[in-house]
Design a protein around this ligand. Structure first.
Ligand SMILES: [Zn+2]
Length: 456
C-alpha cells in the first residue's frame, strides 16, 4: 500500500510500502528536498527514459511488486505536473495529471457501452492533482484520489498501452494505418491476388486482401462472376460503396458523346480518379465483365509514391515544387440528367506533417486551365511535372496488366495511378464496372478483422 506524503511545499510523494525502509527514506529525502534544480534533474531523467522503447504490451503484466509510483509534481501551481510510473522492467513513464483525470474510466466519467467520455470539459479542473496515490501489492492498478474530490482507478495494462513514449505511439500508429510497402515493376512481377468466392466466405482471406490493398496499394480479385452487381456483393463484406456524381457504380463502355474520356477508345494517361473532389475516392474497384480481344485495352499501373521518392532523391527541387504548387482540377457535365460542377485544388504530391507522402493527385485530363502558380514559376512547374510523368511511365516503375473477364482490380486511388492503352472497337466489347470505397471504411473493416483474428 502506498502512503502519500505531503510536504510543506506541497510536494506529493507516494512510495511503495513493499520497498525497503532505507529505499523509502532515500526517496523521501530526495522529494522532501525537491528544490527546483533537483526536480528538473528528476524530470530530465524521466525524459531520457521517455524515448526508450518499451517492451511489447503483452509483457506489462510484470509491472508489479517492485514497481514504484510517485508524483513528480513539486508545486501546486505546476500545471505540467505528472505521475511517474516505474515499471517492473525498470523503465519509467510519465502521465500528466490533467490527462489522467480527463480519462477517468469510472461510470460517472466514462460510458462503457458507447465508449465515450461523459466528463464535461468545463468540469475538468485545470489545476487538478492527486492528493493520494495507491498501488495494490499485485501492482496491476493505480488508484488516485483527486483534489476535486473524485477518485480514479487505472489498470497497469491500460496505462502501459497509452504510455507517452515513442514506442507506444508507434505501435498505435501501426493500428491506425499499415505501413506502405513501395514497389517498382521488378518488385511487382507477381501481382497480389485473391479469389472472389474466398473473400465472400472467409474472414482470413478478406483480412489478407485488405492488408495487401493497404500495404501494396493493389490486389487483383479473380474469378468473379461476369455479370454486373459483383462490386455490391464484395462491398457487403467491407462496408459501403462511395457514391460520386457518376453514381454508386459506373459502367465503362464506349459511349457516343462521352462525358468522360474513360468512355472512349482513347489511350488514357496514368491518373487518379476524381481529383476534382476534395474528398476523393480512396480505393477504386474495376470489374472486368468482358474484355476486348485484340491488341490494346491493357491497364497500366504504377506506385506513384515509389516514383515520387525517386524524384525526391534525384531532383529534390522538382519534388518540392510539386509539393508546394496547388493544381486546380475540375469536372463539369451531366450524368443521369443531373448537372455537376466539381472543383478542387491539390498539390500534385501531398505531404503530411512529417514529410511523408500522403496522397498524389495526378490527372492530366481534368487538370484545369485555371492555375494559381506564379507566372515566373510556371515553366519550372511544367518541367517538374513532366519529369515526374516520365518517371511514372518508365517501364522500371509502371506495370502492364490486361484484365481478364472475371477480374476485379482493387487499388489505392490516392497512390496507384492507372492508365489504359487505346483500343479499337473491332475486337469485341470491352465492358467494365467501376466503384469506390473510402479508406475509412476499408481500414475500419481491417481493424475489426484483425481484432477478431487476435481473439481466435
Ligand atoms: Zn471518474
Amino acid at each position: 500500500m502506498l502512503r502519500p506524503q505531503l510536504s510543506r511545499g506541497g510536494v506529493s510523494l507516494a512510495r511503495m510500502a513493499a520497498a525497503s525502509t532505507r529505499a523509502s527514506a532515500s526517496a523521501a529525502r530526495v522529494c522532501n528536498g525537491f528544490q527546483k534544480t533537483e526536480r528538473k534533474m528528476c524530470i530530465e531523467t524521466s525524459k531520457r527514459n521517455f524515448v526508450n522503447p518499451l517492451r511489447q504490451a503483452s509483457t506489462f503484466s510484470n509491472v508489479t511488486s517492485n514497481s514504484q509510483v510517485f508524483v513528480s509534481a513539486a508545486e501546486p501551481d505546476d500545471k505540467a505536473a505528472m505521475l511517474k510510473i516505474h515499471w517492473g522492467d525498470s523503465k519509467t513513464d510519465l502521465y500528466p495529471f490533467i490527462w489522467l483525470r480527463d480519462n477517468c474510466q469510472c461510470p460517472q466519467c466514462f460510458e462503457s457501452s458507447s465508449r465515450s467520455r461523459k466528463l464535461l470539459l468545463q468540469d475538468l479542473p485545470r489545476d487538478v492533482h492527486p492528493i493520494a496515490v495507491e498501488v495494490p501489492k499485485d501492482g496491476r492498478s493505480v488508484s488516485l484520489s483527486w483534489s476535486d474530490g473524485h477518485s480514479s482507478v487505472f489498470s497497469s495494462s491500460w496505462l502501459h498501452r497509452r504510455a507517452f513514449n515513442s514506442s507506444s505511439r508507434n505501435q498505435r500508429l501501426g493500428d491506425i494505418k499499415l505501413k506502405k510497402i513501395l514497389w517498382d515493376a521488378a518488385k511487382m512481377k507477381d501481382l497480389p491476388q485473391a479469389n472472389f468466392s474466398d473473400l465472400l466466405a472467409n474472414d482470413k482471406a478478406l483480412l489478407r486482401f485488405l492488408q495487401e490493398v493497404e500495404e501494396l496499394g493493389l490486389c487483383i480479385v479473380k474469378e468473379a462472376p461476369t455479370k454486373s452487381g459483383q462490386l455490391e456483393r464484395l462491398t457487403k463484406r467491407i462496408g459501403h460503396l462511395k457514391r460520386t456524381h457518376y453514381g454508386l457504380t459506373f459502367t465503362v463502355k464506349v459511349k457516343a458523346n462521352a462525358n468522360n474520356l474513360a468512355y472512349t477508345e482513347k489511350s488514357l494517361n496514368l491518373h487518379v480518379d476524381q481529383p476534382h473532389l476534395e474528398d476523393k475516392p480512396g480505393v477504386q474497384l474495376l470489374h472486368c465483365i468482358s474484355q476486348y480481344e485484340g491488341h490494346g485495352g491493357d491497364n497500366l499501373l504504377v506506385d506513384s509514391f515509389c516514383v515520387a521518392e525517386k524524384l525526391r532523391e534525384v531532383h529534390p527541387e522538382k519534388f518540392k515544387l510539386l509539393t508546394d504548387t496547388l493544381v486546380d482540377f475540375y469536372d463539369i457535365g451531366v450524368e443521369d440528367g443531373i448537372k455537376f460542377h466539381a472543383i478542387n485544388q491539390e498539390p500534385t504530391i501531398n505531404l503530411d506533417k512529417s514529410g511523408e507522402i500522403k496522397t498524389v493527385s495526378f490527372n492530366n485530363m481534368v487538370r484545369d486551365s485555371h492555375f494559381g502558380c506564379q507566372a515566373e514559376q510556371t515553366w519550372a512547374w511544367y518541367d517538374a511535372m513532366m519529369n515526374y510523368h516520365d518517371l511514372l511511365s518508365d517501364p522500371q516503375f509502371a506495370i502492364t496488366y490486361k484484365m481478364s473477364a472475371g477480374d476485379i482490380i482493387v487499388f489505392d486511388n490516392n497512390r496507384v495511378l492507372h492508365g489504359r492503352k487505346g483500343f479499337q472497337m473491332t475486337g469485341g466489347e470491352r465492358h467494365l464496372e467501376g466503384g469506390y470505397w473510402d479508406w475509412d471504411e476499408v481500414r475500419s473493416r481491417r481493424r475489426v478483422l484483425m481484432a477478431e483474428s487476435d481473439l481466435n
